[in-house]
Structure formats: structure tokens, C-alpha cells
Design a protein around this ligand. Sequence first.
Ligand SMILES: Cc1cc2nc3c(=O)[nH]c(=O)nc-3n(C[C@H](O)[C@H](O)[C@H](O)COP(=O)(O)OP(=O)(O)OC[C@H]3O[C@@H](n4cnc5c(N)ncnc54)[C@H](O)[C@@H]3O)c2cc1C
Length: 427
Amino acid sequence: MPLREECLWEKLTPQRPDRAALKGEVRADVCVIGAGFTGLSAAVHLLEQGKSVCVLEAQRCGQGGSGRNVGLVNAGMWIPPDEIEEGFGEVVGSQLNRMLGAAPALVFSLIDKYRIDCQLRREGTLHMAHNRTGETDLRSREAQWKRRGAPVELLTGAACEQATGTKKIAAALLDRRAGTLNPMAYTSGLAKAAADLGGRLFDHSAVTRLERQGQLWAVHTAEGAVLAEQVVIASNAYTEGDWTELRRNFFPGYYYQVASAPLTEEAAQQILPGGQGSWDTRQVLSSIRRDQDGRLLLGSLGNGNRKPAWFLKAWADRVQQHYFPYLKPVDWECTWTGCIAFTPDHLMRLFEPAPGLVAVTGYNGRGVTTGTVVGKAFADYLCHGDPQALPIPFAPMQPLLGVGLRSCLYETGFSLYHAGQCLRIVI
Ligand SMILES: Cc1cc2nc3c(=O)[nH]c(=O)nc-3n(C[C@H](O)[C@H](O)[C@H](O)COP(=O)(O)OP(=O)(O)OC[C@H]3O[C@@H](n4cnc5c(N)ncnc54)[C@H](O)[C@@H]3O)c2cc1C
């Protein structure tokens, strides 16, 4: 079967409205730029607090990272909680750990409240140790989160094999706070919630200019403008145009996924039988999950658009055969890639370049929960002006040096690693 270039989540979310472009001038309390998790969570929470909101999206809602990710609803950040507190200091670090530790619960509560049908599973996630070093890392993460009262558990031996469905993993950290979903359906559900609350959403409305007009911000698109007291810049890794400095504050990296045709029920049930989503401790990680139809989804860092289909299939075969050798040959059906905003220290940045103007970037590949939390935090901050609502303080915008070079070096490293996996040099 030829490998199609198609985002599985788009196919599985058929009733996604294609909203009209903005034409003419519109007035709102807040203009949100970008209809992903961040922008839509901000919109929903602003509308809930009585603000009038207009959302401008360059493409279609969910067209950025939000509609094309793995769908892991993670608790916390990549960086272990002790390191977060060392880096930010105890007060800010513990606030960030608390907010992001509770972030899956916020996502679940929005899904419940707005009855979003997004194939949500709340069974947790499994971080899988692929070698001894990985196991040591997971033991330390377990201890750090347990000290903070989080329901995490390091599975080993038969319990680990039973949970993961593979003999190749010696230990796996089960995080019961977390889960999986169809990210496009979650995004689409947030957009519907915002529209139902009275928000005005426009697709195909790329912002081209942002300027002060008296007491208001004027947010221009090709055919219209929004006049608003406050603006949320939530365009993140997909930022189009030169109207904001945001693009110079992260470096873009990529992540691709390959999805199989639905497996037989018996075969699908053997992989991660508890229904958790997972990723391994490799530096160039592999993510592994199933969808509700029993497809196997594998993913890793790198730009799949630049790789031939035979290479992607060879890589997917290799990962599948390594972890799940008992499966019959798998038909790989489709592949897609998305862009991630990375920062050198793997920490996000919040900005307030001018009063009434807030922006964020640098989720480093953890945005389902982080975007939802930051969107809510921005809404609370803009409504009440209390910086305590934010997970971390604002930072000054500081353009990164060598953005293109960094992206290029990362991409080369990822490709070499994958080639090593295919050639069995990297086990
Ligand atoms: C392949 C992949 C896998 C991932 N896996 C996971 C995962 O499993 N779990 C997890 O937590 N995170 C994951 N992430 C990260 C997560 O998807 C992102 O961090 C998150 O989607 C960012 O959301 P956002 O709303 O900030 O930005 P986006 O979803 O990227 O939304 C930004 C929007 O702004 C729009 N825009 C850009 N420029 C303009 C403009 N000029 N005018 C108007 N609109 C504009 C874009 O079109 C886009 O729709 C993954 C990311 C990728 C790419």
C-alpha cells in the first residue's frame, strides 16, 4: 500500500467547519491571533468571563501544531520537576510544576464541560525506558513526582511487559494524571465552544500588521481589521509574516508520524493493552500509541516531508519489529509532519511586549496541556491584571542567534539517528 501524505486526525474529524474570512472592521474587547489550543483556550476563558472576543486564524482552526500532534495529554514538562525548581527558583518553579501537573485535569474538565467528542482516554501515559540510563532517569522522575504527591508508578518486570506489550522495555513510568485524545477533534471542540459562547472566529485571515490606534490595537488582515483593547498572540511555531518579533524567539523543529491501517482487534489489543499513549527515553524519541480504530501510530523528531516514503516505512517497520515483533507485517497507511517551537533551554517563554499585548512560544513539543493552561492564564491575566495567574513571569523578547543553523543541525542529527535505527547500528 502506498504511504499517503495525510494527517490522520483530519480524516477522523470530518465535521470541521471552514469559517469565512474577516471582511471589514470588527470591534472586540480582545483579539486572539491563532486558533490552536492556546488561542482557543484563551478565547473560551475570556468569553466565560464576559469579554467579547474575535479569533483570527491564518489557515483553518487546528491547522497548526494543535491539529497534527500525537495527542498525548501530558502532565508536567519534559524537564523533571526538581530541575524546574532549580532553574526558576522554588516559588515560580513550584507554581509551574503545580499548574502543569494539574494540566490534564484542566483539559479533561473542558472536554466534559463542552461535551467535546475527541476520543479521550484517561488511562494515563507510559514513559518507557529503552535502556539502563533511561531506567535511572525514570526512577528519578518517579521519586521527584511522588514527593509532590503525584499518582505515578514505575512499572517493572511482568507488570511493565503487561502494560507496554513489549519485552524490550525494562521499566515504564505510568502517569495516571495523563491521557490521550484526537487533537484535531479537541481543537475543533474548543473552537465550537468559543463560537457557542458568542466568540467570532475567522479562518483564512492571516494577520499582516499590528499597530496602536489611539487607546486600541488595530489587527489588520488582507481584507479587514479588528480593533481591540487587548491582543493575544497565539501563533506560536506557525507564525506567518513579519508583524511580530515572535518568530525570532524560537527555532523551528519538526516531528513526523506514521499511522498503520487498522490492525485486527486481537493484534491491536496486544500493543499498550491498557490504552495509554507512550514514548521512549531515546534522545531522538519514538512515540507509540493506538487510536480508537486499532491503528498503530509511531512518531519521532524530524521532518517527514523531506524524507522519501520508503525511508519512513523502513523506519516504522524497524520500530514496530523492535518493540512488537509478534505482529504480522504492518500496512503503513499515512504520514504527516508538524512544526514545533523549540528554545535552547526547552522552556517556554511568555511575553508582554506592550500593555495589553501578550504572546507565548516555546512549548518544545508539549502543548496540548501547556497551551490549554497558558490560554486560560492569559485570559485570567487580561481580565484581572494579576501576574500570579501566569505559570511563569513574562520575559523580554530576545531574538535567538543562528535560528536557521540550529534547526538544520537538529534535523541532520535526527536523520542520522533514524538511519542508524534502520541499519540496526542504534538498537
Ligand atoms: C507532530 C507533533 C507532535 C506533537 N505531539 C504532542 C503531544 O503528543 N502532546 C503535546 O502536549 N504536545 C505535542 N506537540 C506540541 C503541540 O502540538 C503544540 O505545542 C501545540 O499545538 C501548540 O499550540 P498553539 O495553539 O500554541 O499553536 P498552534 O496550534 O500551532 O496554533 C497556531 C495557529 O496560529 C495560526 N497563525 C500563524 N500565523 C498567523 C497569522 N499571521 N495570523 C493568524 N493566525 C496565524 C496558525 O495557522 C495556527 O493555526 C506536538 C507537536 C507536533 C508538531
